[in-house]
Design a protein around this ligand. Structure first.
Ligand code: SF4
Length: 281
């Protein structure tokens, strides 16, 4: 099976699961519906959020203390002065249904002046129990992947997710939940101003970049994310959970990480010299 076949199958199963669980209210274009029915497509999820979902997301965002109607970063009523302010708001947030089932919100963790932000999809069971991002098996693999290119959450990274509370049974976050939570992510990006963002997994990449394109087409490329006045290059790659599920994807992820390392070294002399010190050229 080729990587395209595997990605197509994964996307097909994801979308089928979304439909079955009622997770996404999707209206695929007619050609995509046709391919979906035939089971042939990688289903780029060119979904449209129903008006109801958008309205729900906006009213919930307002409830969380944010002005709504913009994801440009310039229209929020809540202007946090620190990453701790954002974490405090997240920890008490009840702006979407995920608040009712979480044990702990997971704002994210890392240094306050990160070179890199790593953004995943949402907390799992281990993260929900501890209130920390990426601490389960996938998180441990992520730490090893990052260490391979001299990135560490206690040294030069900040790690977070698109939604800060665990979706029950590890389902994908719903569009309304991601819309409600997005202002937190946007404010974290604006405060931390990373040089680059590594976005792991289809769901996070599609939410952050506001695209329906599949992860196989997005991965390994830098795509500019514009928030307000700032532009930050984002590289999507596979989620570490996908690598645990299918180890043949690891070589593609490593290709992505090497490109990411090269770009980062061209931006930061300190990082470039740290690569030399770590012997990871
Ligand atoms: Fe609030 Fe985000 Fe948690 Fe929803 S997922 S309750 S918007 S912090």
């Amino acid at each position: 099976m080729t990587i395209e076949d595997k990605t197509a199958l994964t996307s097909f199963l994801n979308l089928a699961g979304d439909y079955i669980k009622g997770g996404y209210k999707v209206t695929p274009p007619p050609d995509i519906q046709e391919q979906y029915q035939e089971g042939l497509s990688s289903l780029p999820l060119a979904y449209q959020i129903d008006e109801d979902d958008e309205e729900a997301g906006e009213s919930l965002s307002a409830e969380a203390g944010f002005a709504t109607g913009s994801t440009s970063g310039s229209n929020h009523s809540f202007i946090p002065s620190s990453i701790e302010d954002i974490a405090a708001a997240i920890n008490t947030c009840k702006a979407c249904g995920l608040a009712a089932t979480r044990k702990n919100a997971v704002p994210g963790e890392g240094v306050k002046n990160p070179l890199v932000m790593v953004i995943g999809e949402g907390p799992g069971a281990d993260e929900d129990s501890l209130g920390r991002p990426f601490v389960g098996k996938a998180g441990q693999l992520l730490d090893r992947m990052l260490a391979a290119i001299s990135l560490y959450r206690d040294k030069n990274c900040f790690i977070t997710n698109t939604v800060k509370c665990r979706p029950p049974e590890n389902r994908n976050p719903e569009p309304g939940e991601m819309a409600a939570c997005y202002p937190f992510l946007e404010q974290q990006i604006l405060l931390l101003k990373p040089s680059l963002i590594l976005c792991v997994g289809r769901v996070a990449a599609q939410d952050l970049l506001k695209t329906g394109t599949g992860i196989n087409a997005l991965r390994g490329k830098f795509i500019d994310l514009k928030i307000g006045e700032i532009i930050i290059p984002v590289m999507p790659t596979f989620h570490p959970s996908a690598l645990l599920w299918d180890s043949s994807l690891k070589s593609y992820a490593w290709d992505d990480l090497r490109l990411f390392r090269t770009r980062l070294a061209s931006i930061s002399e300190e990082y470039a010299s740290s690569i030399g010190k770590d012997g990871k050229n």
